[in-house]
Design a protein around this ligand. Structure first.
Ligand SMILES: C[S@@+](CC[C@H](N)C(=O)[O-])C[C@H]1O[C@@H](n2cnc3c(N)ncnc32)[C@H](O)[C@@H]1O
Ligand code: SF4
Ligand code: SF4
Length: 337
């Protein structure tokens, strides 16, 4: 059957208009995301867990017996799979929050930045605040024993550290023994709960930095925050103790003609090394490869940049990962040879 394990294991807390979904991904190849789960399952306050698993298995059964869903078509995650359902959630994506203190040139997932002095500021932010009470749903999930003990908790956004209950939610997970928490952040806002999670070996960080120099960082992120971001990173990195086994990962999303010089890539690796990263990651922004008629020269250029970046990571003794978009570039070029 053609789908992926994401469907059988995950839950995604999304923005108000998207709501709660089974599949946590938007399919990057066609921009389609799964529809929200029905009002029968989630009434806006509480999830009926029996109905949740019942509906999820109906979805899986439908795919098994009929055909792949349009959302799954050409998805990079799709594969042939046979599910066994243990009626547990193994992965939570917490992404209900669009507000951000950056304005990255490539990002579609954040709300427009407005100043506190703008008329209707309060009303504007209210719309993005608390689409539902996520913490109370999480508490209910744990009380009903539907969250697997080794579940991965993944916080994104908008900028998650600006979510009003961010520290409270992180502390709740740590208090309840969850040790597999990953935070995607731009690292402008320092968080005491993240600091605790690093000390207690419960949190990995995936930090979107996207540049190697102050000037290019400002161009890519739309705000002046380079020094602050690295200052916070160093502070977190110093909280690690010898038993820390998670990841402090710095990430670079390539955007042609914005941050795609070798100098930037090299400086990014040097800064990551200097400030205590334990891993570096490379991606290229999603929209670029969605354009089906891109030229071969684009793929060749991306490959050259990626090869260069990998060589610098190796020179500096930094473990690295490539995101699926970059893997896709290599795959496409291999198919042509
Ligand atoms: C939407 S952000 C939210 C978390 C946080 N604000 C951050 O920047 O890490 C989650 C991740 O998606 C990445 N991202 C956002 N838009 C993207 C795009 N168009 N293509 C590839 N990655 C993107 C960001 O770099 C970030 O690592
Ligand atoms: S194949 Fe893609 S769209 Fe389909 S369930 Fe998996 S991640 Fe979601
Ligand atoms: S920091 Fe994250 S959410 Fe904010 S604009 Fe950048 S990628 Fe988007």
């Amino acid at each position: 059957m053609r789908a992926c394990n994401n469907l059988n294991t995950s839950i995604c807390f999304n923005y108000k208009e998207i709501g709660v979904t089974y599949c946590t991904l938007t399919n990057a190849s066609n921009g389609k995301g799964w529809p929200k789960i029905s009002d029968d399952v989630f009434d806006g306050e509480k999830i009926n867990w029996n109905k949740f698993f019942e509906e999820r298995s109906k979805e899986i059964y439908a795919i098994k017996n009929c055909c792949e869903r349009v959302e799954c078509k050409n998805c990079q995650q799709i594969c042939d799979i046979d599910f066994s359902d243990d009626k547990k959630i193994h992965y939570i994506l917490l992404s209900p929050w669009q507000i951000c203190n950056s304005n990255c040139i490539y990002c579609l997932g954040h709300a427009e930045m407005i100043s506190t002095k703008t008329p209707n500021y309060e009303k504007y932010y209210k719309e993005y605040e608390e689409p539902y009470d996520m913490l109370s749903i999480i508490k209910d999930m744990i009380a009903n024993n539907v969250l697997a003990e080794d579940a991965e908790i993944d916080f994104a956004g908008g900028e998650p550290t600006l979510y009003p209950k961010f520290d409270e939610i992180i502390n709740f997970f740590i208090d309840n023994g969850f040790k597999n928490i990953i935070i995607h952040t731009n690292n402008i806002q320092y968080s005491k709960a993240i600091e605790r999670g690093i000390k207690e070996n419960a949190i990995s960080l995936m930090i979107s930095i996207d540049a190697g120099t102050k000037k290019c960082h400002e161009k890519t992120k739309g705000v002046r925050s380079f020094d602050k971001v690295w200052h916070n990173f160093k502070k977190y990195s110093k909280k690690r103790n010898k038993t820390y086994s998670k990841r402090l990962c710095t990430k670079y999303v390539l955007v042609p003609n914005v941050n795609d010089s070798k100098k930037e890539l090299e400086e990014f690796i040097k800064q990551s090394k200097k400030n205590g990263a334990t891993q570096v990651a490379l991606n290229v922004y999603n929209q670029l490869l969605n354009e089906m008629n891109y030229e071969d020269s684009l793929l060749n250029n991306l490959k050259e940049l990626s090869d260069f970046w990998i060589s610098k990571a190796k020179e500096n003794g930094l473990p690295y990962i490539l995101f699926p978009n970059i893997e896709y570039v290599y795959k496409k070029l291999n198919q042509k040879t």
